[in-house]
Write a protein that binds this ligand. Structure first.
Ligand SMILES: N[C@@H](CCC(=O)N[C@@H](CS)C(=O)NCC(=O)O)C(=O)O
Length: 228
């Protein structure tokens, strides 16, 4: 059975949504990043970047040893290839899905993460930093809004590209976004939110953790990491 190393953050929800959507058998291994679980040697052995999510597949397609993965985008792509689900079969469809998955991993996620940081967690309110990341968030929402014009999902059918972007865009209120300005995104969010598997994933997360991840006590550990 697949082990998913998980905590209740946007990056964590991405593979949980996939596993629920695909009906693959899995076990959740909580990695409480507020308590420092991400620094335990057994976790670092599978996730050397001390970040969750991570995953172990005991039965990879090559029939070899159990295989571990870190980075949510890599996990989504791996699961899509393993199951043949949520990624198109044709070259061009795969190319487009991978482009938008990488767009989320390299742009949307990191920029919205900095937005959350400077707007909500930084000890000082730094107007330049707040404005920089809110503007970049607005730019990225604009890109997604245009992409969703005339489309139900980012890359054709519902895919790993949607699963990657949804958990971040769900938090639009925290990001200083006026959703009414992005009607295609608003409809896309509602479409995904209505999916039973997505609802199950968030219910599982809520059962696991009912408190905020970034507490005052956790801040210095989460935001004060230098070279280890
Ligand atoms: N690019 C990574 C980012 C993962 C990431 O930033 N995870 C955060 C929570 S969303 C984490 O585990 N933080 C623990 C820490 O900072 O020590 C991915 O998409 O998997």
């Amino acid at each position: 059975m697949i082990d998913l190393y998980f905590w209740t953050t946007p990056n964590g929800y991405k593979p949980l949504i996939f596993l629920e959507e695909a009906g693959l058998e899995y076990r959740l291994v909580p990695v409480n990043i507020s308590a420092g679980d991400q620094f335990k040697p057994e976790f670092l052995a599978i996730s050397p970047n001390n970040r969750m999510p991570a995953m172990v597949d005991p039965a990879p397609a090559d029939g070899g040893e159990p295989l571990s993965l870190f980075e949510s985008g890599a996990i989504l792509w791996y699961l899509a290839e393993k199951s043949g689900r949520f990624v198109p079969a044709d070259l061009r469809g795969r190319k487009t899905t991978l482009e938008w998955l990488m767009w989320q991993m390299g742009g949307l996620g990191p920029m919205l993460g900095q937005n959350h940081h400077f707007a909500h967690y930084a000890p000082e309110k730094l107007p330049y930093a707040i404005e920089r990341y809110v503007k970049e968030t607005q730019r990225l929402y604009g890109v997604l809004e245009r992409r969703l014009e005339g489309r139900d999902f980012i890359a054709g059918d519902y895919s790993v590209a949607d699963m990657a972007a949804y958990p971040w865009c769900l938090l639009w209120q925290r990001q200083g976004i006026a959703l009414a300005e992005f009607p295609n995104i608003e409809r896309w969010l509602a479409r995904i939110e209505a999916r039973p598997a997505v609802q199950r994933a968030y219910a599982i997360g809520k059962d696991l953790n009912t408190v905020p991840t970034v507490t005052d006590a956790a801040k210095s550990m989460l935001f004060g990491q230098g070279r280890r």
